[in-house]
Design a protein around this ligand. Structure first.
Ligand code: WT7
Length: 652
């Protein structure tokens, strides 16, 4: 099927799954939310914010958009984000409620109540401030998914400081780049974490990142987890457990302005350098908590929620840490991989804890689909009542499998579209209201306005494709790129003025439902994780063997896209190694430079790359080749025979 035919069949999807009358009647998010928001959008967000959060000093201003694209929400109010996630629940008598059911990969487990979590965060806040951390300082968190990672995030937030979580799968090089860009004062890490049955070292990568001593980092706090041996730099390194023991759990949360920065999260853009996406406090927490409650139909007294994302990604920030904890939810967190020690581990966890709301990525669903329904069918999944998906488009086939096999043919599925930049869910069904449609993210949530435009800013109307934009500012929007206001303006606001350009292609069907069609820029989406073609190309050409490199995201049945690299070797290396050996070395190199997630699935050694007359690499043609299609229009190519040569060598 061609891409066009595929899109066409998607858009004529006739299956509809309305919520059951029973579900609709008890649903938290009702249709009236849409009316309230369209009557008075800012008033709607103000009401939500007042109802969902504890404001130390109530705000009187809602949105300040006088200097676009720099928005301020609830600017004259003050609050403490950690207080909102912890203390107030304890004060409301919910201290004994489990906040975290932690499941370690080796099978160890811990239940942590809101009272215990609050007390741990207070101790950690005392520890961090005794080490000199104050408002506005940056802390890098480089950890496995452990309760301590969440405690660290909340302790940093409690002090009005800024965390930047770096996914544990990123290399020492990537870590160093983020430490430098954020000028972090401290790193919180672990000796190691459990993954696929063995321990992967993290502290060692921190040591490597800081090895030259030319760094802003003063202290490294190390949580003991892997039990692996670590090297120690005295004066700099401290064991978390040793430092925490003497700390008092008495700590008063100070209120900070609504626009106080909460975190920086680095994500890939179209250039080689990751962008430090900046989020602030009041607006972010409002939308994270609103969406978590309404999109997942959270009944905090009875639900057990599980989002499988790592805290290294935005999904982990908004839907493992801030949304669920602000809402007083009980949730599962799991340290390891889905297939350890057996391929039914996730389903076993759902059965064990009685998980009722489950949120994961299409890649995971497609992987399980391939393994066969016999595996989940061995477990009792009847506790599930809402399923969510995020990170990449979900094909209708995977959607249907998810509903039938995991959801027992009854649970609503919410396909949630959003981005690191948007901070929280933007487009999604509401499970008690929307009649869902397999494959479409459907409608903007109440209070959010989106549109699909042509490149010159015209509305495309129903049954047409274009670029997705967000037409009005929203509470959890990014406030900028860390120390790079120009890049912020250029990336998101130079296309359509005060309308935000998301970087995604989208299509509206005849019901005006939105279908996401993937990135329109040089950003790839591999298993729901964002990677930049340029970043991987830069890594490849940094290898002594490589003269030139081009990277594309090619379609992959499981991971959505896969990284495919085309490289030209420097003449003195050409022919010295087999293509297999080159591929092996370059993949390992990219793993060291960026992280294992960025390793190309395939590396093709070629003699030339297709370029336009102005010297631009034509990635579109390379994608055609990588996906095994006939190459499209080559008229703008400098030398059309290049394509023949490349496809011949690829087909060999
Ligand atoms: C990009 C953002 C949002 C958390 C995870 C990814 C793609 C995200 C969907 C969806 C189709 C989706 C978009 C977007 N994306 N959710 N439901 N349907 N595409 O966050 O790393 O910032 O990536 O992920 O292309 O722009 P991210």
């Amino acid at each position: 099927m061609s891409k066009e035919q595929q899109i066409d069949s998607l858009l004529h999807e006739e299956r509809r799954f309305p919520p059951s009358a029973e579900f609709a009647a008890q649903a938290i998010g009702q249709a009236s939310l849409y009316e309230q928001a369209s009557d008075d959008r800012e008033g709607f967000w103000a009401t939500q914010s007042r109802e969902l959060l504890h404001w130390h000093k109530p705000f009187t201003e809602v949105l300040d958009w006088s200097n676009p694209p720099f928005a301020k929400w609830f600017a004259d109010g003050t609050l403490n984000v950690a207080y909102n996630c912890l203390d107030r629940h304890v004060a409301a008598g919910l201290g004994d409620r489990v906040a975290l059911h932690f499941e370690g990969e080796p099978g160890d487990r811990r239940d942590i109540t809101y009272a215990e979590l609050t007390s741990e965060v207070k101790k950690a806040a005392n520890l961090l401030s005794s080490l000199g951390l104050t408002q506005g300082d940056r802390v890098i968190i480089y950890m496995p998914l452990l309760p301590e990672a969440i405690i660290a995030m909340l302790a940093v937030a409690r002090l009005g400081a800024i965390h930047s979580v770096v996914f544990g799968g990123f290399s020492a090089e990537s870590l160093r780049a983020r430490i430098d860009d954020a000028e972090a004062k401290m790193v919180i890490t672990a000796d190691g974490g459990n993954r696929k049955g063995s321990v992967f070292p993290l502290k060692a990568a921190v040591d490597q990142a800081l090895a030259d001593g030319k760094t802003s980092v003063e202290k490294v706090l190390v949580v003991q987890r892997g039990g692996n041996e670590v090297e120690w730099t005295s004066g700099r390194d401290l064991w978390w457990h040793e430092e925490m023991t003497p700390m008092s759990d008495d700590h008063r949360a100070e209120a900070f302005e609504a626009e106080n920065p909460l975190f920086i999260l680095y994500t890939s853009g179209t250039t080689g350098k990751p962008k430090g996406i900046l989020h602030t406090s009041g607006g972010y927490l409002t939308q994270a908590s609103f969406t978590h409650k309404n999109v997942f139909d959270l009944h905090p007294e009875t639900d057990v929620y599980w989002c499988t994302a790592d805290i290294g990604w935005i999904t982990g920030h908004s839907y493992v840490v801030y949304g669920p904890l602000a809402n007083g939810a009980t949730q599962v967190i799991y340290e390891g991989t889905p297939d350890t020690p057996h391929p039914g581990r996730w389903w076993e966890i759902i059965e064990k804890y009685g998980v009722s709301i489950f949120y994961t990525a299409p890649t995971a669903i497609r992987t399980f689909m391939k393994l066969g329904r016999e595996i989940p069918q061995k477990f009792d999944l009847s506790s599930l009542r809402v399923l969510g998906t995020v990170g990449e488009p979900i094909n209708p086939e995977a959607w249907m499998w998810y509903r039938e096999v995991i959801g027992g043919n009854t649970t609503p599925i919410v396909d949630t579209w959003w981005q690191t930049e948007t901070g929280a869910i933007m487009i999604s069904a509401l499970p008690g209201v929307t009649s869902t449609k397999p494959g479409s993210a459907q409608v903007p949530i109440p209070g959010i306005c989106v549109d699909v435009l042509t490149e010159d800013g015209q509305q495309v109307g129903p049954e047409a494709g274009g670029l997705l934009v967000i037409t009005e500012p929203w509470p959890s929007m990014l406030r900028g790129i860390w120390r790079d206001p120009e890049r912020f303006q250029e990336t998101y606001w130079s296309m359509f003025g005060t309308r935000y350009f998301a970087g995604d292609g989208a299509h509206l069907d005849k019901d005006s439902d939105v279908w996401l069609l993937g990135r329109v820029d040089d950003v790839m989406n591999i298993s729901g994780h964002r990677l930049s073609t340029m970043e991987i190309e830069s890594a490849l050409v940094a290898h002594p063997m490589t003269a030139e490199a081009a990277v594309v995201g090619a379609h992959d049945d499981t991971t959505g896209q896969a990284v495919v690299a085309f490289v030209i070797l420097k003449s003195r290396f050409a022919g010295t190694l087999s293509d297999e050996e080159v591929s092996h070395q370059l993949r390992a190199w990219v793993g060291e430079q960026i992280g294992a997630i960025a390793k190309p699935k395939r590396v093709f050694v070629v003699a030339e790359l297709p370029k336009t007359r102005s010297g631009k690499i034509m990635r579109r043609l390379l994608r055609d080749i990588a996906e095994g299609r006939d190459v499209g229009d080559t008229t703008t190519l400098m030398d059309a025979s290049v394509i023949r040569t490349i496809s011949d060598s690829v087909n060999e």
